[in-house]
Design a protein around this ligand. Sequence first.
Ligand code: FAD
Ligand code: UDP
Length: 367
Amino acid sequence: MKKYDYLIVGSGLFGSIFAHEATKRGKTCLVIERRSHLGGNIYCENRDGINIHRYGGHIFHTSDKAIWKYINQFAEFNNYINSPIANYKGELYNLPFNMNTFHQMWGVITPAQAAAKIDEQRKEARITEPKNLEEQAISLIGTDIYEKLIKGYTEKQWGRPCTELPAFIIKRLPVRYIYDNNYFNDRYQGIPIGGYNVIINNLLKGIEVLLNTDYLKERDTYQNIARRIIYTGPIDAFFDFQLGTLEYRGLRFEFEKHNVENYQGVAAVNYTDRETPYTRIIEHKHFEFGKQPVTWITKEYPATWHLGDEPYYPVNNKRNQELYQKYADYTKNESDVIFGGRLGEYKYYDMDKVVASALHLVEKEFE
Ligand code: FAD
Ligand code: UDP
């Protein structure tokens, strides 16, 4: 007789949602987490009354009404709208690329003038079928914006020239011929009031949790403790890297306290030149419209990733996709283990997609 119905490895959004839904259905769950805190990458650390997004600024956004309703059960969301600023060598531009940006870049006033300017630059570049990120960006938005707002940022972020990066990375960003600085196109957006820990604590209320417990280091103790395992750690680590290591882009966060009420006037400023070593500065209090007398900021430094570092962004190239597929084939022999979440599925998942994927698993598991 196994002690639990489910062992859940990892207390991020994926694991916590699964644990919550399974418990609700009368199943017994144990959640183990290798870090010293719950929540995975959405964890917040409160300092001076400010919720610091410990692993980078997180904004919840979705177009899916059911997902929005679901997540709102666990926290009340504020009306924060992400409107980052780009700083290129002291010149400031609104993001995403919209009429404000075009006006700041060229002095144009009407959408027709902006479109003509972009079209002129596109034609000069003579790109017919974009083959890489550079060509994709130029054909989307012209050379000026590419040179000032995309090239430096992207090369820092991914550690490679834009000519060697896939075009799809840049397709995440909206391009608009209206005056609208909302970074996302989604219908619903906000920050949970009180930070993301409110969501995780509500999801895991009454559920048994062990922190500082690494499943892979204590397999003997845990692998037979439950009927099934939900594993949300890196898929290659589960199989002892037998086929090789999946690559990630690393990140280093530098936290600073400043004795001013307002450091930069907005939650996110992107430094889009190549020379500034960090990609962005997050001022956390603005996510919740804080009025504290002091402030906390984080500088985000992209970094080369080495095995053992925290994995952040999956590197989506052919090699890694093929390798992932081979590991995914291995999982078919693990009938009692389910792999989920951004590390288990090696996917650049936003939070709403993680919620959807966890709920999909719940449906499958308990249908
Ligand atoms: P994780 O949060 O990574 O949770 C996995 C957990 O498993 C971790 O706590 C880990 O410690 C634990 N674990 C791993 N291995 C083991 C083991 N062997 N034993 C025990 N525990 C283990 N999404 C948005 O929607 N909006 C944003 O603005 C946004 N910003 C982001 C900014 C950055 C810098 C990054 C990196 C991501 C961002 N995301 C954003 C994505 C978001 O962080 C993820 O979608 C979400 O946190 C993934 O949840 P998860 O449960 O799949 O994974
Ligand atoms: N990007 C850019 N300039 C910016 C912001 C983003 O060139 O000021 C590019 C960059 O290549 C980045 C991609 O757009 O990797 C996606 O940006 P997003 O803000 O979605 O990245 P994330 O928040 O996921 O790091």
